[in-house]
Design a binder for this molecule. Structure first.
Ligand code: CP
Length: 303
């Protein structure tokens, strides 16, 4: 296994599958205090509910102690301390660092100055590889396979870092994608080029109903308000899609709706009780996959 998890590209197909296998073992028995005496730093320079709390739950279930902050406003960053110095200090205290930061590339930079493994818990609009691992786990669990699935990805394909990581990870498994977004939030060219280079089939549409009845997975995303430089641009697209129950009457039985969450209004609450809704279970899967990721980076790949 690589020393850090910064981009989903850091893991090969086999390493991804090994991580999912380990996560399954943790799901069978989540109470495994194999890292008693270890300290995990959870440092979040950007807001989070699921990622931070599921990482901290994972660390606790592994028997490690957790240090860190959820608001950099209470740290010496406010006195002008650089990210480099902050990471050097934290890596003196902890055995592993989980970091979320608004700047793209900040996690890679942190891994270069840290003496301990770094996990990227989201760097700007770039990558969110641990979310992708739990997305893959959720897909595998609900579909029984990762190969040859039809996946609709809807919403903010420009700024949605979970989308970028997921596309790259799924490229190992011959998916067929339908990307649904307004022009302003279209999937960036570099990701379209990536798919073309890897001979992955995809089409693009602005219509939320496009391919709904053929899809195995519908992956909804929130419009990422915090990434817009002009609030007027956000206002224009913020309510562009809302999936509701009436749209699901003819979809495939196995189809599951995923969403990295938080949801704003892109999935109507009338979908929550549908057999197709899986987003809250998906978030729970984050604990098992993050236990597996922490374990592997601390040297335990089999239980
Ligand atoms: N999915 C996700 O990253 O959620 P949080 O922002 O709440 O961590």
């Amino acid at each position: 296994m690589p020393k850090h998890l910064i981009s989903i590209h850091d893991y090969s197909r086999e390493e991804i599958l090994d991580t999912l296998k380990l996560a399954k073992e943790f799901e069978k028995n989540p109470s495994r205090p194999i890292f008693k005496g270890k300290v995990i730093a959870s440092i979040f320079f950007e807001p989070s509910t699921r990622t931070r709390l599921s990482f901290e739950t994972a660390a606790n279930r592994l028997g490690a102690r957790v240090i860190g902050f959820s608001d950099a406003g209470n740290t010496s960053v406010t006195k002008g301390e650089s990210l480099k110095d902050t990471i050097k200090m934290v890596s003196n205290y902890a055995d592993l660092i989980v970091m979320r930061h608004p700047l793209e590339g900040s996690a890679r930079y942190a891994s270069e100055v840290s003496s301990v493994p770094v996990i990227n818990a989201g760097d700007g609009a770039n990558q969110h590889p641990t979310q992708t691992m739990l997305d893959l786990y959720s897909i595998l669990k609900t579909q029984g396979k990762l190969e040859n699935l039809k996946i609709n990805i809807v919403g903010d394909l420009k700024y949605g870092r979970t989308v970028h990581s997921l596309i790259q990870a799924m490229s190992h498994f011959s998916p067929s994608f339908t990307f649904i977004s307004p022009d302003e939030l279209r999937l960036p060219q570099e990701y379209r080029d990536f798919l073309t280079t890897h001979s992955i089939t995809f089409n693009e549409s602005k219509n939320l109903n496009q391919g709904v009845n053929e899809a195995d997975i519908i992956y909804m995303t929130r419009v990422q308000k915090e990434r817009f430089s002009d609030p007027i641009d956000y206002e224009r697209v913020k309510n562009v899609y809302s999936l509701n129950r009436s749209m699901l009457t003819s979809c495939k039985e196995n189809m599951k709706i995923l969403h990295p969450l938080p949801r704003v209004n892109e999935i109507d609450t009338d979908v929550d009780n549908s057999e197709h809704a899986y987003y809250f279970n998906q978030a729970e899967n984050g604990v098992y996959t993050r236990m597996a990721i922490i374990s592997a980076l601390l040297g335990v790949t089999e239980l």
